[in-house]
Write a protein that binds this ligand. Structure first.
Ligand code: TEU
Length: 542
């Protein structure tokens, strides 16, 4: 991978929620174009664009019905081309979301399969039921049954869908599928995109369809997580496609441990360039993500250290379109919202790896303010509610679970200013705008020299200019109940990052010293106490 991508600051845009220019309540490509100067000023090098392809929107674009066309709500291919060239002229590259575990059931391949064309039937995973029963006992990511009757129920055939029933899984045993996907990748790379974020990429190849070991969630996963078949496909994609372009891949790899992640992005194996792992996103859950427990900073620290020391190159992220907002999740918020958001950014940029931020994180946007399930759009949340109901869980508890964890928490429209519609839309927004937009918005934050954006720019440009922060080694110094400190070292230069996850002062741990080069408090002092949510970056003075 070209080194420039490794040290890029990558900004994820969820197009539906970013900026709407035609008043239909849904963000669009022209909206993104209108914010390119803003992104350049933040110091963004690469945009990861969540899906903009044609889609019936069962899963907000992660169900693609045409990989070579643009969703009309978002604009046209001409708009996309303009986005690419306008971004390029500002030094910004774009990576696309590559969703190839499944297509939409409205994709032409699936339609032709349903119409009886054998060729296309073989593009999908279609299995016979067993004596009136489903093909196997597997579970589904969206709290559904993963098998749906295919065509005439008399045939007792079912298609596999690990996500919604409008997202049939592709059959990666079929070389035609491989060829089609290679062509799709070349189509976008030839246009000039800088690569792909590969959706649930480590589950595409299923090594068997036998019953799985019974589990609370995702029974059967041992048959498809990071299989040898997936490894083979990934190295072929590199050889046949990626190696011909100046581009990179980042895989969304679910349920991986450090060893699996290492194999999936090992340079000598030549598969992915980097991976998103999830263990740190699970630090506040018991078993499954819907069972949240009180956030204990030390658990997060331990997991971060484990990955920083176990994997040579990490992706560093605290947010994306599937996760609750980090400032709500990892800080007390309220009066600590801004300082907490800055501390989390300080920590994020101090870690070793490529930094990924999600739209709104640069102003400390919070979880959505939803009052009931009626305000939630996300299919996963609705399915979970249904399943929990059938298990006899009462509504107050169901709603508590969904409110804390729903993916819509991160999908509320971007808050640009204090006007009605938050500067996101002049129409009716597709998802409720957080009522705090009057205080939490880009325009207001930009005016404040101590705003979150100003700190974002500071730490981002420091990282870009510091070889030590970019490439230095990582060593934990302290991981206490509230305070985390670690060193980054290169060619004799030593930087120490320290942060306090408490609403109270905490003692500065031993081994943290030097000259403060960045802090999220206005007046840096070298006192032995860290203030609430204080972050400091020290440079050792020789
Ligand atoms: O997500 C895959 C995934 O496993 C989870 O992060 C998912 O969001 C869910 O919470 C599982 O419980 C990717 C995309 O990021 C997500 O938006 C899509 O819905 C999904 O794949 C299917 O394409």
């Amino acid at each position: 991978m070209n080194e420039k991508y490794k040290s890029s600051t990558i900004y994820q845009i969820y197009p539906r929620s970013f900026c709407d220019t035609d008043g239909d309540g849904v963000g669009d490509i022209r909206g993104i174009i209108s914010k390119l100067d803003y992104l350049r000023d933040l110091g963004v090098d690469v945009i990861w664009l969540s899906p903009v392809y044609k889609s019936p929107n069962d899963d907000n674009g992660y169900d693609i019905s045409d990989y070579r066309d643009i969703q009309p709500e978002f604009g046209t291919m001409a708009d996309f081309d303009e986005l690419l060239s306008e971004a390029k002229s500002r030094g910004i590259s774009i990576i696309m979301d590559l969703v190839i575990n499944h297509t939409s059931d409205e994709h032409e391949w699936f339609r032709r399969a349903l119409a009886g064309e054998e060729k296309y039937k073989n593009y999908y995973v279609i299995k016979k039921g067993k004596n009136g029963k489903l093909p196997n006992n597997w579970g589904n990511f969206f709290a559904d049954c993963p098998w749906e009757p295919f065509g005439d129920p008399k045939n007792e055939e079912y298609y596999l869908h690990l996500f919604s029933k409008k997202q049939p899984d592709l059959n990666w045993y079929n070389p035609e599928v491989y060829r089609e996907i290679c062509d799709i990748m070349r189509f976008w790379l030839d246009k000039g995109v800088a690569g792909f974020r590969c959706d649930v990429i480590n589950i595409i190849h299923k090594k068997s369809f036998a019953d799985g070991k019974k589990r609370l969630a995702l029974t059967g996963k041992e048959h498809y997580i990071s299989t040898e078949g997936t490894h083979r496909i990934l190295s072929s994609l590199r050889r046949d496609v990626m190696s011909n372009y100046d581009a990179f891949t980042v895989g969304e790899t679910v349920m991986v441990d450090v060893d699996m992640a290492r194999d999936l992005c090992d340079v000598s194996r030549g598969e992915l360039d980097m991976v998103f792992a999830f263990e740190h996103m699970e630090c506040d859950q018991v078993g499954i993500k819907w069972f949240k427990t009180k956030f204990k900073p030390q658990r997060l620290m331990k997991i971060l250290t484990k990955w920083q020391t176990g994997l040579d190159w990490n992706t560093c992220y605290f947010e994306n379109h599937d996760q609750p907002r980090s400032v709500t999740r990892f800080t007390e918020g309220g009066k600590f919202r801004e300082i907490g958001a800055k501390m989390l950014l300080g920590l994020l940029f101090s870690l070793r790896g490529t930094t990924y931020v999600y739209e709104g994180q640069e102003i400390g946007m919070t979880n959505g303010a939803f009052d009931s399930l009626d305000e939630i759009v996300d299919i996963e949340s609705h399915n979970v509610d249904k399943m929990a109901k059938t298990l006899g869980i009462f509504n107050p508890l169901r709603w508590k679970m969904i409110k804390a964890t729903s993916r819509d928490n991160a999908r509320t429209p971007m808050q640009w200013n204090a006007e009605e519609g938050a500067g996101f839309t002049s129409g009716k927004p597709w998802l409720k705008i957080h009522p705090n937009y009057k205080e939490v918005n880009v325009e207001r934050d930009l005016k404040n020299p101590d705003g979150v954006i100003s700190f974002f720019k500071k730490i981002n440009s420091y990282k870009k200019s510091s070889e030590t922060l970019k490439n230095g080694s990582f060593a934990e110094i302290h991981a206490g109940k509230y305070v985390y400190a670690f060193a980054r070292e290169l060619d004799g230069e030593r930087l120490i990052a320290v942060c306090n996850f408490s609403t109270k002062n905490s003692k500065l741990p031993e081994g943290v010293f030097g000259e403060i080069v960045i802090s999220n408090y206005n007046e840096c002092d070298n006192a032995s106490a860290l203030r609430p949510y204080e972050y400091r970056l020290y440079k050792e003075v020789k």
